[in-house]
Design a protein around this ligand. Sequence first.
Ligand SMILES: NC(=O)c1ccc[n+]([C@@H]2O[C@H](COP(=O)([O-])OP(=O)(O)OC[C@H]3O[C@@H](n4cnc5c(N)ncnc54)[C@H](OP(=O)(O)O)[C@@H]3O)[C@@H](O)[C@H]2O)c1
Length: 290
Amino acid sequence: MSSPTTLIIGKHAKTGSRVDALLRAQGHATRAVSRSTAPAFDWDNPSGWAQAMAGCRAAYVTFQPDLAVPGARETLARFIETAKQAGLEHLVLLSGRGEAGAQQAEQVLMNSGLTWNVVRASWFDQNFSEGFLIEGVLQGEVALPSGDVPEPFIDVDDIAEVAVACLTRPELANTLFEVTGPELLTFQQCVAILAEELQRPIEFVPISARQLLQGLEAQGLPEPMQWLMNELFTVVMDGRNSRLEQGVMQALGRPARSFRDYVRKTAASGVWQAAETSAVVGATAGVQAQ
Ligand SMILES: NC(=O)c1ccc[n+]([C@@H]2O[C@H](COP(=O)([O-])OP(=O)(O)OC[C@H]3O[C@@H](n4cnc5c(N)ncnc54)[C@H](OP(=O)(O)O)[C@@H]3O)[C@@H](O)[C@H]2O)c1
């Protein structure tokens, strides 16, 4: 008999794509969805959720844009009710650290009666290669606030492996894994490691949260994302998350991958070579230190 299908919310997303690949490599059936798939899944359009869930028994759930945004808890509660009606039995939820709204949303899942896991993650390494910081790396200038606040950046390959362990090992059911990388690094130190490994100048430029927000607004970043960036850089990045946690070791029995190993592996993929071939206008363009 074939294994039941696992729903993955976030087909092209940083963790969802990796959870999908790992499960498939182990022979599990998956259905990875997002707004651009058929069937589609859109957090802003609950009418399509049941169709995306049909026939699935478990799901890996990544919320957009972030569980901390106002209304996320209510949307997740509605998602969980739809999941129950669709016959899902086990949800693995990706969450963020030090965010009051995210922790309230986690509680909704824990109290739902479904089998649950929460994977509560620190800042992703891959924000520098697959997210809003890549353009700064390509341009040789990463302009951010909170440059001196230590954060235990995590490799999303580790998050995906923890999520897959939750989905495939029943003994891990009903457990929260708080996952971080193995070391505390500031944004400034991350940029220094990138420059060293890529062997080209990449400068960290300290700016205020207000300057960052003004730049993102000028680029037309959607309002919920602006709210989120403000929350992250004026509230969450105050040092509250400047500590290591052992979720990767607890789930996988091995330490988390280091930021330098992430940079070496990612450099080999060629994603940061575009700087030599094209002019890129990036997320930090227009956000200049004053
Ligand atoms: N980035 C971090 O450092 C970090 C740290 C801790 C936790 N998290 C959490 O991880 C999750 C993913 O965050 P991320 O920013 O890194 O994004 P991401 O995983 O890269 O996901 C981006 C994908 O989300 C899909 N998407 C966007 N809006 C959607 C919607 N309304 N409905 C369904 N799918 C949608 C898009 O695909 P389509 O265009 O095809 O829909 C896009 O490919 C969030 O819940 C975040 O809070 C992130």
